[in-house]
Design a protein. Structure first.
Length: 73
């Protein structure tokens, strides 16, 4: 399983695990803005709290995307 933790910034996450960008972008409509554009230097916890996202769901989806890519490589 990839080493992903809630204190990672969006920038760190996407730069290390490019495939997670799609997961982050999937929350843009709920957030009402582009999360990657406006929260690049925020941690995943900060993003979840700012937009009222379920932390566990967010982390699960992000880890799943990163792991799926790691296993297919």
């Amino acid at each position: 399983m990839p080493d992903i933790h809630p204190d990672m910034t969006v920038l760190d996450l996407i730069s290390r695990f490019r495939e997670t960008e799609r997961v982050i972008k999937s929350y843009d409509q709920q957030a009402g803005e582009c999360i990657c554009c406006n929260c690049l230097f925020d941690s995943l916890i900060q993003v979840a709290d700012k937009y009222g996202l379920d932390r566990d769901e967010l982390m699960s989806r992000i880890k799943g995307a990163a792991a799926k890519n790691a296993f297919s490589a």
